[in-house]
Design a protein around this ligand. Structure first.
Ligand code: ZN
Length: 299
């Protein structure tokens, strides 16, 4: 019996990241990574998802890729504290755990409806409002058991959905409440409509780039002077992709935007040291290599 318990303990140690003990509950403003991996399956990293903590509470969830459900629980965050769910785009590695998290939201949530922000659609991808309707509609939705979230009478906290046109060349305000302002702007991610978000709160600014190829110089202005910039390092040093920026490009963007700290996340299975070295060729400021459940206080 003792032997079995020991084996179980060893297994748990191997699947829970060492950063699991980190908590964001202490600081006034902090960024927590729920998923630092993607887009491919990874033994150690959940897919894209982030929490912004304000005053010791997780107030904003950015994306909810595979594994976000588990990591949310491990983070100690409370779904009832969320003021905004901000979706960058509708690739599955960014939204696949949304229904599971929605299913867990307390019906008696103290502050309905729950705001959700996301991008407009195109021929390839529905707009965020249509996506949620197709997913949750009480009559025809895949998860019609949550029809109450999109106007039905079934279970679920009502959602208040804001869709931002990714073609707009200037930032749009998608949320403002309790001293928190969130703006969004379209970013180039192949043919997929995608948004970056900038959160202003308590005199701090945090920018979540998520997936982009880094070819739109407007993003540098959007991220300029941010205390923390989270960017996705999905491809290897020297790589090219219509969807993702190479590490050297991430470094150049962070340097040009004069950010206080760059966090690289959405880390694939490649030579990580080489990728970080490429980031540092252009970027000379503080750098954090993302890990699941890692907490970064915003000074
Ligand atoms: Zn993507």
């Amino acid at each position: 019996m003792i032997r079995l318990v020991s084996i179980c303990v060893l297994v748990l140690c191997s699947i829970v990241p060492s950063a699991a003990a980190q908590t964001c509950q202490a600081g006034p403003v902090a960024v927590q990574i729920l998923g630092s991996g993607g887009p491919r399956v990874n033994a150690d990293r959940a897919s894209a998802s982030y929490l912004l903590w304000l005053g010791g509470r997780a107030r904003i969830l950015v994306d909810a890729g595979g594994g976000a459900y588990l990591r949310f629980g491990q983070s100690g965050a409370n779904l009832d504290d969320l003021s905004l769910v901000a979706l960058s785009h509708l690739h599955p590695d960014h939204v696949s755990d949304l229904p599971a998290l929605f299913w867990s939201i307390d019906q008696a949530r103290k502050d309905p409806p729950l705001p959700v922000s996301g991008p407009s659609g195109n021929d390839l991808v529905p707009g965020t409002d249509t996506f949620l309707k197709v997913l949750l509609d009480q009559t025809n939705g895949a998860f019609r058991v949550l029809g109450g979230m999109v106007g039905g009478t079934g279970r679920g906290v009502p959602l208040a959905v804001t869709v931002t046109d990714v073609k707009k060349s200037v930032p749009s305000t998608v949320f403002t409440r309790d001293g928190i302002t969130v703006t969004a702007i379209g970013i180039p991610h192949g043919d997929i409509p995608a948004l970056a978000y900038r959160v202003q709160a308590q005199n701090k600014s945090i920018v979540f780039s998520t997936d982009q190829n880094g070819t739109n110089p407007t993003f540098v202005d959007f991220a300029r002077g941010a205390d923390v910039l989270v960017m996705h390092m999905a491809i290897a040093a020297g790589g090219t992709s219509p969807l993702h920026a190479a590490p050297a490009v991430l470094g150049r963007i962070a340097q040009d935007a004069h950010v206080g700290r760059l966090i690289v996340s959405h880390i694939g299975q490649y030579d990580l040291d080489a990728a970080v070295a490429d980031v540092k060729k252009a970027y000379t400021g503080p750098l954090t290599v993302g890990a699941d459940l890692q907490c970064t206080p915003v000074p």
